[in-house]
Write a protein that binds this ligand. Structure first.
Ligand code: 13P
Length: 251
């Protein structure tokens, strides 16, 4: 069976002023240094304003840094947006694309998300492509068709296990304290895995993260599910002790 190194990623969303962000990343860097060898890769995705500072604070550490979004174009007249090459230029290694909050707040379609993932790859970034069904879609029994459809369109043909991570985040579990059950997570992750294996030569090596109210008390059972190769953590990633407990689950 393929061994996939877990990835524990923190999505800070639109949180943290400079002092908070620096305190958070510095504490994380100190903990990873003290621990030495880790059982997983660790990533933080701060807001764009803090990326440079966080990259500097995390230099030469086991903490990777990623953006929360990038534009599909390489440059040009796109006021307020950030190009993938700009993220790479300041030392980020990853970028989230297609988070459900961006799909909802900015009407992002899976087609746009695929273009963003391609832009990320072209800039040398690892794209974390986010997918997930709404509560209404789950209630209609459409979860697998929605998620498989999002993967089919959002993940570009040039994706490999090295340049792409998938994050399954059921929309109804984000920030609600409600987590998908182990059986629900297992079913969706298996379906994503099957789709990746069918489409990509190295489909078995892609990491598939679970996200949605992951916290220290549920991380172990979620991370033990087959085909769950890490977590994308929102709220709990803003508290260093909680995020660290989730990281230690992989030790
Ligand atoms: P919460 O962990 O706060 O539910 O957020 C999950 C998420 O959206 C991470 O991208």
């Amino acid at each position: 069976m393929t061994q996939r190194r877990p990835l524990i990623a923190g999505n800070w969303k639109m949180n943290c002023l400079r002092a908070d962000g620096l305190e958070l990343v510095s504490a994380l860097v100190a903990k990873t240094a003290e621990k030495g060898s880790l059982g997983c890769d660790v990533l933080v995705c701060p807001p764009a304003t803090l990326l440079s500072d966080v990259v500097n604070a995390a230099q030469n550490s086991a903490v990777g840094v990623g953006g929360q979004d990038c534009h599909a174009e390489t440059s040009g007249a796109h006021t307020g947006d950030v190009a993938a090459a700009m993220l790479a230029d300041i030392g980020a290694g990853y970028v989230l694309v297609g988070h459900s909050e961006r799909r909802a707040d900015h009407d992002e379609s899976s087609t746009v998300i695929r273009r963003k993932a391609i832009a990320a790859h072209d800039a040398g970034l690892i794209a974390v492509v986010c997918v997930g069904e709404t509560e209404q879609e789950r209630d209609l029994g459409a979860t697998l068709s929605v998620v498989n459809g999002q993967v089919a369109v959002s993940v570009p043909d040039g994706a490999t296990a090295k340049n792409t991570v998938i994050a399954y985040e059921p929309v109804w579990a984000i920030g609600t304290g409600r987590t998908a059950s182990v059986a629900e997570v297992a079913e969706v992750h298996a379906a994503i895995r099957a789709e990746l294996v069918e489409r990509f030569e190295d489909g078995d090596e892609f990491r598939i993260l679970y996200g949605g109210s992951v916290k220290p008390s549920n991380a172990a059972e979620l991370l033990a599910v087959a085909d769950v190769d890490g977590a994308l953590v929102g709220g709990a990633s803003l508290k260093v002790d909680d995020f660290w407990k989730i990281i230690e689950t992989c030790a």
